[in-house]
Each structure stands twice: as structure tokens, then as C-alpha cells.
Write a protein that binds this ligand. Structure first.
Ligand code: DGL
Length: 272
């Protein structure tokens, strides 16, 4: 493995670009290879078994491109596959998303912490283990948000429909005294302004992306794999091109050198 190799990042769609954006800011010399599985989105409505199979195929495709590390920038795919890919490739560095219950529990004064995520994320063992490790002494309100990923993918970031959906989930949590809200789906930071408007100043909204970027830097540093020279960049490929992609890149301050559409072939993927 060499330091100038790219970092592979994937998600079910455009959500993981929120993580790519934090990595790009923290590590501007790194080359990022991003894949969004938009042909199969939403992962959150699928079985963990199915998401695990997609994730393993994407991991193989990113490894075939020579990636020095893979960031699973999707809470659902992390819940479904992080443990398995680490077992399958024990020496390879994988970074996954874990619901940020720990900082939320530490900072909460009301001891009521909200977590919003996909249904599949709440069903995985990872969430159960996070609760066991970090939620002692706090009440955790776990709220799935079906349909929110779809609205975000189509660019409905601040429409009356998206606001109504969010109010339906968040207002009951506010009524129970929540003062910390964890965004445990990488799509949700794209509607953070709307979430903050609904929750008001009394609630801290936690997006783990900057912490994930710091972890990426730490693990690469430990292995002597940090890119130090040259300017990095971002290459994006998706399994179904959508008109929203350029808008999201712009919104996140990202510039893609290339945007490609790649086709799944019999459960396997070859990235450009
Ligand atoms: N960004 C994915 C996550 O973090 C969305 C999952 C989906 O496609 O439903 O969970």
C-alpha cells in the first residue's frame, strides 16, 4: 500500500458526500474515490443481508482500484457490513459510521438524547452495542425516518413536505425533553438547517462527519499512509446518475474531477 493511493468512500447515494466533504477539508492532499449506489437506494428499507452483499461487492471494487483505506460513509451499510468486512480483510483499514450517542450522552443536560436513522440502522447489532456502551443513565429516543433519504436524493431539502415529515418525528421528541440530536444517517446533514429550525437553539445537532475525518487522518497517520504532497481530488461514480448530484456537490463545496455512471453486472461492480 502506498501513501499516494486513493481513499475509497461509499454510500447508498449522495449522503456519503457529507463525509467526503469533511475528509476533503481535513486532508486536502488526499485523492478520494467516491461511489454512490443510487441504483439500489434506499438501503434503509432493505434487509441487512441484502445491504451486506452490496457492500461487500463495493468493497471489492474499491480495493481493485488500489484504495489504501475504505470509508463506509453510510450508517446502514456500516450496521450491515462493517463487522463482516473487517473479519474478511483483517489487516485492511475500514472506517465505518457509528451513531454518535457517546458525545450526545456526555453533553446532554436533560439526559434525553434523540437519534434519527434508517430502520435498518436501528435493527443492526452495531446500534445495540452503541447503546450498551454509551447510553448508561440517559434515555435514548430512537426515531426511524422512512422516506427522508428519498426526499433528500430528489433535492427536497427545504420543502413544506420535508418539513412536515421532520416535524412529525421531531416534535414528539422535543416534547419529551430531548436536548441532543444525533444524525445517524449520512444523508441527514443535508437537511440540517431545516432540522435546526424545527428544534430551535435548545437542541444541539450532532453530525459525526468531522470526527470521522479526524479518525481517517489518525489511522492513515499511524500506518504511514498520509498523502503529503500534491493536490488531492475527488472522483465520483454512481450506479444511476441523477440530476441532483451536481447541486449536492456544489452545496457541499466539492468539485468532482469526473462523474461517471457504472452498471452492476451480476452482483459485481467495476469502477472507472
Ligand atoms: N446514507 C445512508 C445512511 O447513512 C442512507 C441509507 C439509505 O439508503 O436508506 O444510512
Amino acid at each position: 500500500m502506498v501513501a499516494r493511493a486513493p481513499i475509497g468512500i461509499f454510500d447508498s447515494g449522495i449522503g456519503g458526500l457529507t463525509v467526503a466533504s469533511s475528509i476533503r477539508q481535513a486532508l486536502p492532499a488526499e485523492r478520494l474515490l467516491y461511489f454512490g449506489d443510487t441504483a439500489h437506494i434506499p438501503y434503509g428499507d432493505r434487509s441487512l443481508r441484502e445491504v451486506r452483499a452490496f457492500s461487500a461487492a463495493i468493497v471489492r471494487a474499491l480495493m481493485a482500484k488500489g484504495c489504501k483505506m475504505i470509508v463506509i460513509a453510510c450508517n446502514t451499510a456500516s450496521a450491515a457490513a462493517l463487522k463482516e468486512v473487517r473479519e474478511a480483510w483483517p489487516r485492511y483499514p475500514f472506517i465505518g459510521m457509528e451513531p454518535a450517542v457517546k458525545p450526545a450522552a456526555e453533553r446532554s443536560r436533560s439526559n434525553v438524547v434523540g437519534v434519527i436513522a434508517t430502520q435498518a440502522t436501528f435493527q443492526g447489532e452495531l446500534f445495540a452495542s452503541v447503546l450498551e456502551r454509551f447510553a448508561q443513565g440517559v434515555r435514548v429516543l430512537a426515531q426511524p425516518c422512512p422516506g427522508l433519504v428519498g426526499a433528500i436524493e430528489t433535492g427536497d431539502l427545504d420543502t413544506p413536505g420535508t418539513e412536515a415529515m421532520l416535524r412529525g418525528w421531531l416534535e414528539p421528541m422535543l416534547a419529551q425533553g430531548m436536548d441532543e440530536l444525533v444524525l445517524a444517517c449520512t444523508h441527514y446533514p443535508l437537511v440540517r438547517p431545516l432540522i435546526e429550525r424545527i428544534c430551535g437553539p435548545g437542541v444541539e445537532v450532532i453530525d459525526p462527519a468531522p470526527a470521522v475525518a479526524r479518525r481517517v487522518a489518525h489511522v492513515l497517520g499511524e500506518r504511514g499512509l498520509l498523502a503529503t504532497d500534491g493536490t488531492g481530488g475527488l472522483q465520483v461514480s454512481v450506479s444511476h446518475l441523477t440530476p441532483e448530484l451536481p447541486n449536492v456537490l456544489r452545496r457541499l463545496g466539492l468539485q468532482a474531477e469526473t462523474i461517471a455512471e457504472v452498471e452492476w453486472r451480476g452482483g459485481a461492480l467495476v469502477l472507472p
